[in-house]
Design a protein around this ligand. Structure first.
Ligand code: KIV
Length: 283
């Protein structure tokens, strides 16, 4: 049973885990109770993911997520998990220019208490990585499948499945690390691609459906817990069926409200008994 960390986890701790061959566990979180449970369970890192666009807000893509909402929810996540390595995910709207991205990264750090920001990188983003590093901000560069670039549901496909595209991912990874990226995240690539990246760089590599070669793994919490309407990717182990449990509990609520078994005596407030008035001399 992993213990929750008594100290705030930082990049040094994650590098140390990598050096010792210990894998770290990351999950997404968008609210206080989920963050509290994750830290208590020993999760090392939480991502305020823009996946909230699909799993929480019900949009067909991650693009419409407002930065301000992510900051507000990020503050709640930090309150619930003060000791995790907290990562803010740059929403699409923050990536229109280097300036908007740097300002969003500062907000994640200063307002939501994030330790790092992650963003979905195009080849030319090494310049932004360097600027963020110069501004003293820790960055995680997201390569492989990048959901913000996907325009339809059937666009969510594994990447880097041949030698040429593995070479491209490795060369992008090396360029981002040379520019100052502190970690990498690979989404939906075969283990061969992750192995090649891990061998080519010295920073921790997080996998999201990227095979055992990665130094840590992340999945969307709602997928792991079996909550929600979005299709679960094949790489997610579904460890609970909380969506079904929620629906069952809500069905019981509908039934007990309707059949009068709710409210039962233990749910009722009672009028306080007034002490009986004492007779006065004049009465
Ligand atoms: O937004 C997100 O949740 C993500 C991960 C699943 C990697 O980017």
């Amino acid at each position: 049973m992993p213990a929750s960390s008594p100290v705030r986890i930082n990049l040094g701790h994650l590098r140390h885990m990598k050096a010792e061959g210990r894998k770290f566990a990351m999950l997404t979180a968008y609210d206080y109770p989920t963050a509290t449970a994750a830290q208590a369970a020993g999760v090392h890192s939480l991502l305020i993911g823009d996946s909230m666009g699909t799993v929480i807000l019900g949009h067909p893509s991650t693009r419409p997520v407002p930065l301000t909402l992510m900051i507000t929810l990020g503050e709640a996540v930090r309150r619930g998990a003060p000791n995790v390595y907290l990562v803010g995910d740059m929403p699409y709207e923050a990536m229109v220019s280097d300036e908007t991205a740097i300002s969003a990264a500062r907000r994640f750090r200063d307002e939501a208490g994030c330790d790092a920001v992650k963003f979905e990188a195009a080849a030319e983003h090494d310049r932004l990585v360097a600027k963020l590093a110069q501004a003293g901000l820790e960055t995680i560069v997201h390569l492989g499948l990048r959901p913000q670039s996907v325009s339809s549901a059937d666009g969510y496909r594994a990447q880097a499945r041949d030698e040429a595209s593995i070479k491209t991912v490795v060369s992008d990874a090396c360029r981002m690390v040379a520019a100052g990226a502190h970690m990498l995240l690979l989404e939906a690539v075969p283990n061969e691609a992750s192995q090649a990246v891990v061998a080519a760089v010295d920073v921790p590599v997080i996998g999201c459906g990227a095979g055992p070669a990665c130094d840590g793994h992340v999945v969307v919490t709602q997928d792991l817990l079996g909550i929600g309407a979005t299709p679960t990717p094949r790489f997610v182990p579904v460890f609970a069926q909380l969506g079904r449990a929620m629906e069952d509990a809500m069905r019981c609520w509908v039934q007990s409200s309707g059949d009068g078994s709710y409210p039962a005596p233990e749910h009722l407030y009672h009028v306080r008994k007034q002490p009986a008035a004492r007779p006065t001399a004049s009465s």
